[in-house]
Every structure is written in structure tokens, then in C-alpha cells.
Design a protein around this ligand. Structure first.
Ligand code: A3P
Ligand code: MG
Length: 294
């Protein structure tokens, strides 16, 4: 007996070709699916609008990706809470807001999707740049890891790649035996002064690029040895790429070495370091000497 399918046997369809069918059930694969769908929408927005009005392009991209993430999360994970850059900017640090401001629902939830619909917004609006990303992470109260990140995906549609925890990338290759400067990925448009000082002290090179997700993906692929940032950021800027970095076996922490925590009352998460494990002691020691003042 043969198990080959005949011309007339029914085709098992798990997902419609327009991508609108049921997404994967497993959270990590769902995160990849969702980030990639939003990435396709962003490519379309760029295609349709062009680059003449950068501000309008950024706004339209942010909005379109946010709407897609919101709608798909409401449809496929209706019981879960969401923390999204686009929702939360209006009422960051709710503790300091008007007394009547309600406590965000996500703080009572055991599962919270932390999403950045468009990370590297500035680069998205510049023709030819590929250093922008969509971040989708799942925070779970049940996760055993200190960060409580249970899944994450970073889609980089203009680079035709996604890194995600469903298939964590291999640990980055160790550098060749010859000594060569450490490469630190840093903001292309606003590298913190202390990172420049740190790089000088340890003889490192700065590799400028946009988007926190793209920079952490560069550490994951071995294109950079570390990403060091301080001076301001929010949970959505790092949750998804940190989930992937941790799943790959890399070091990820605050710059004082403490654990990165997500789904906090105030979503500000102003600093972090992501690097290979062998580099962490040296970088953290050097960071101690260069900690920026609050
Ligand atoms: N000092 C700061 N304060 C707040 N957010 C910051 C920041 N520096 C960087 N970020 C955010 O971190 C992301 C990566 O920045 P950069 O490309 O400069 O490294 C960007 O996210 P968005 O593009 O989602 O706004 C940016 O807004
Ligand atoms: Mg961002």
C-alpha cells in the first residue's frame, strides 16, 4: 500500500495562502507569525507612500502595524493582555498620572504580549535602510526565567529575516584567535556618551545601526559582540529581542548586572547590555566605571 497522495486526495490546509488562516497554536511560533505579518504590512506602507513625507510615513507605519497586532491578538489570544508602544505612550507611568487613572489591566494578567509595532521608526522612514523591526514578546507569570519572557520574535522584513524563540538561533560563533577589537552595536542617531567612553577604555569599535531589535539581532548573529544602551528606553524596545537572546544562551541584563524585568507598573526600562557570555564579566566591570548618572 502506498501512502502517496493522489491528484484527487484532499489537500490539508492549515493556513490560507493569503496568510489569513489560523495561526500557529504554540506561542513562540505565533509570535513569529504575528511579527512577520506586521512586517509585511510595513513593507506595503513604504511601497504605497514612498519617502517624500517621512513624518507621515512613520505615523502611517506605526499605526498600520499597531492595528494589525492589536486585531490579531484580540482575535487569537483574546484572554491575554497587551502592552504596546502605541497604546501606552499616552499614559506612561500611570502611578504618576491623575488619581483617577485606572491601574492597567495587564498588571492583573498572567499573560501579557509586549509589542513594538515599529522599532527603528526613524530608519523605516529613510529610503534604502533595512535596520527596523517588529517586536512581539510574551510575558508569562508562569515562566521560570527571571525576565518571565516566555516567547519572542523580531521580524526584520527589509532584511528578509526573523529571529524568534520557536527556533532559537545558534550561539554566535566565537571570534577568531587573533585579537580584534570588540564591536559594540550602538544607536546610529543618538549613541549615549557613556558608551563612547566605555568603547575608548576597552579599545572597542562602535557599530552604528538603528533599532534595538536589529542591534540585538546583530549580537545574536555575531555581527556585533555586544549591545550597550542607557539613558532611556521602554519595555517594548527590548522584550522580544531579549527573549531571543536569552533563548540563544547570550547574556542580557541591566548595565548594573541585575535582571531585566518586564510587565512592571512603569514600562520604562532605560538601560541594558546584551553580549556573549564570555564577554559579560569584562563588560560589566567596565560598565561599573562608566555608569551614567540617573
Ligand atoms: N534615550 C531614549 N529614550 C527613549 N527611547 C529611546 C532612547 N534611546 C533609544 N530609544 C528607543 O530605542 C529604540 C532604538 O533606538 P536607536 O535606533 O536610536 O538605538 C527606538 O525605538 P522606536 O523606534 O520604537 O521609537 C528609540 O525610540
Ligand atoms: Mg522601539
Amino acid at each position: 500500500m502506498t501512502s502517496e497522495r493522489t491528484e484527487t486526495s484532499p489537500r490539508i490546509v492549515t493556513q490560507r495562502e493569503d496568510g489569513a488562516g489560523a495561526p500557529p497554536v504554540i506561542d513562540a511560533a505565533f509570535a513569529r507569525w504575528l511579527a512577520e505579518r506586521a512586517g509585511q504590512v510595513l513593507l506595503q506602507v513604504r511601497e504605497e507612500m514612498g519617502y517624500a513625507d517621512g513624518k507621515a510615513l512613520k505615523t502611517a507605519g506605526d499605526r498600520a502595524a499597531h492595528d494589525l497586532l492589536r486585531a490579531e491578538l484580540a482575535r487569537w489570544r483574546p484572554a491575554d493582555a497587551v502592552l504596546s508602544e502605541e497604546d501606552d505612550h499616552s499614559r506612561l507611568a500611570w502611578q504618576d498620572a491623575e488619581p483617577a487613572t485606572p491601574r492597567p489591566e495587564r498588571l492583573e494578567s498572567t499573560r501579557v504580549w509586549i509589542v513594538d509595532p515599529l522599532d527603528g521608526t526613524r530608519e523605516f522612514s529613510e529610503e534604502g535602510r533595512t535596520d527596523w523591526a517588529v517586536h512581539v514578546a510574551l510575558w508569562s507569570a508562569d515562566s521560570a526565567s527571571p525576565s518571565h519572557l516566555a516567547a519572542g520574535a523580531v521580524a526584520m522584513p527589509a532584511q528578509h529575516r526573523t529571529v524568534a524563540t520557536d527556533h532559537p538561533p545558534a550561539y554566535p560563533p566565537l571570534p577568531p584567535g587573533d585579537p580584534r577589537p570588540i564591536r559594540i552595536a550602538a544607536s546610529r542617531t543618538r549613541p549615549p556618551a557613556f558608551v563612547t567612553e566605555l568603547a575608548e577604555e576597552i579599545g572597542a569599535e562602535l557599530v552604528p545601526m538603528g533599532s534595538a531589535g536589529v542591534k540585538i539581532a546583530a549580537v545574536i548573529s555575531g555581527e556585533a559582540d555586544a549591545y550597550v544602551h542607557a539613558g532611556g528606553q521602554y519595555e517594548w524596545d527590548s522584550a522580544a529581542p531579549v527573549a531571543v537572546a536569552l533563548a540563544t544562551g547570550l547574556h542580557a541584563s541591566r548595565i548594573d548586572g541585575s535582571a531585566l524585568k518586564y510587565n512592571e507598573g512603569d514600562p520604562k526600562l532605560p538601560d541594558l547590555v546584551v553580549c556573549r557570555k564570555d564577554l559579560a564579566p569584562r563588560l560589566l566591570a567596565a560598565l561599573q566605571r562608566h555608569l551614567p548618572s540617573e
